[in-house]
Design a protein around this ligand. Structure first.
Ligand code: TGC
Ligand code: FAD
Length: 387
């Protein structure tokens, strides 16, 4: 896959091993089936235990059977999974960055022991429910409430767009704790067989079709106070998880674009029109040059972010800049790749249009492109556009 400035040469053994394992998994297990799943609107659930076996869930965390790998190794994993399909990377991102990370960081010892080993192996699946039907870009407006009754909380409200929820064992629901001054947001680990919880799949999607997206109704769902994440309260809880997941998206978007590039580089040398390969025409060469340059720039940003994260110097605004740039790049370049494939490009036989459709979701979730531009705007001016 594209590595124009030789970034591979600087990878450590662990990073190369993770990259190769994920690449092999995508070649053998994702590529042969993913177009059918995309067409059918299904997620290949049989891959979940295999992903667990290969250590693809939260390998950048330590203890509880997790690998404690470098941030670059984790990024390369996300890159390779999304080269297969954004739905596969999403499944792993939600499991690792949005459910295992908060349990690992803010959970009690009992919560960690209950969930992390099983989620690491893929025996248990998690989902993250922050977004509500009326509160997407501004989750701080959430209405879902948790009312304390003795040693329990009673949760009431609605959540929308929760990846994995219909196949999950546990959903991390963010809700307002009405028993405390100011109704701070707290995280509740809700098992999906809880009474009063209704989980429905959202099937009418034209993007991220090989992924489970769900909506949730919580109608008096009772959870023990032992199922509340004790280590955090306020919006910092969910927003800090988003930083972890957005880091994975920064790499994943590059992977999707790399897959598009590989496809059209080969096509441009094979496909002949006017008696020669289309790659011999200046217009097509210009498209390949733009694509390779944009991807390489995005790779450099992802690699730099990994170094900052490893040193503990990565700020959420750094991640916003990288998501802003890399996802826009993948969205634009997947469209150019589709165009270079001519009519064949609109079929499921080639990956670029599938990636292009997926990028509409990736551009929107984990903070829309607009929201990341405003986060950067605030950082650059000191003035918040949100207030
Ligand atoms: P604000 O007042 O700015 O901050 C509240 C507290 O949170 C801290 N904080 C962060 N910490 C870590 N990482 C971040 N990214 C953080 N952003 C804020 C902040 O320091 C503060 O801490 P403290 O200690 O002072 O209390 O919060 P706000 O409510 O005004 O936030 C504004 C805004 C727009 C930035 C935020 O609401 C936002 O990011 N909105 C976008 C919503 C979003 O991204 N939703 C994603 C839902 S999950 C999803 O899409 C999963 S997709 C599946 C997949 O990944 O594959
Ligand atoms: P809105 O917030 O209503 O935005 C609509 C438009 O207005 C956008 O273009 C936006 O950029 C713009 N806009 C909003 N505010 C401003 C502003 N201040 N200035 C300028 N423009 C603005 N959420 C979860 O909690 N868990 C998940 O697992 C999850 N998975 C998802 C999977 C899929 C397939 C999708 C599509 C979404 C998922 N989400 C998830 C939800 C996702 O994070 C939200 O869709 C996203 O945050 C945007 O919210 P919204 O859709 O309500 O759009």
């Amino acid at each position: 896959m594209l590595d124009y400035v030789g970034l591979d040469a600087d990878l450590g053994e662990e990073e190369r091993a993770m990259r190769d394992s994920a690449r092999e998994f995508v070649d053998d297990r994702v590529r042969p089936e993913i177009a059918d799943h995309f067409e059918a609107g299904t997620f290949p659930t049989e891959l979940i235990p295999e992903m667990g076996e290969r250590g693809f869930f939260a390998p950048n965390l330590d203890g509880y059977g997790l690998a404690d790998c470098s941030q670059k190794a984790y990024g390369l994993l996300m890159q390779e999974l999304e080269a297969g399909d954004s739905g596969v990377r999403s499944m792993a991102s939600v499991q690792g960055a949005l459910v295992m990370y908060p349990i690992h960081t803010y959970g009690s010892e009992a919560q960690k022991e209950r969930w992390l080993p099983d989620m690491g192996t893929g025996e248990a699946v998690g989902a993250f429910a922050l977004t509500e039907p009326e509160h997407g870009s501004n989750p701080a407006g959430m209405e879902t409430a948790a009312e304390k009754e003795g040693g329990e909380y009673v949760l009431t409200g609605q959540k929308r767009w929760s990846t994995n929820a219909s196949i999950a064992d546990v959903v991390l629901v963010w809700a307002r704790d009405t028993s405390e001054e100011g109704d701070p947001v707290r995280g509740f680990l809700v098992e999906t067989d809880s009474e009063g919880l209704d989980v429905r799949s959202i099937d009418e999607k034209l993007s991220l079709r090989a992924s489970v997206s769900s909506e949730l109704d919580l109608d008096g769902v009772r959870v023990s106070e032992e199922d509340v994440l004790p280590g955090v309260s306020g919006m910092k809880g969910p927003l800090s998880c988003l930083t972890q997941a957005r880091y994975g998206i920064v790499w994943g978007a590059v992977g999707a674009a790399m897959d598009c590039f590989d496809t059209v580089q080969e096509y441009a040398t094979d496909r002949e029109q006017f008696g020669k390969p289309i790659g011999g025409f200046q217009l097509q060469q210009n498209k390949l040059a733009e694509m390779a340059t944009s991807i390489t720039t995005a790779q450099l940003l992802a690699h730099r972010l990994a170094d900052l994260k490893e040193r503990g110097e990565m700020r959420p605004q750094h991640v916003s800049m990288a998501k802003f740039n890399n996802v826009r790049m993948a969205r634009d370049q997947s469209r150019v790749a589709r165009e270079m494939l001519g009519g064949n490009g609109i079929t499921l036989e080639y990956s670029p249009m599938r990636h292009m459709a997926n990028m509409e979701t990736v551009y929107t979730y984990e903070g829309t492109h607009d929201i990341h531009s405003l986060i950067l705007g605030q950082d650059l001016t000191g003035i918040s556009a949100f207030e």
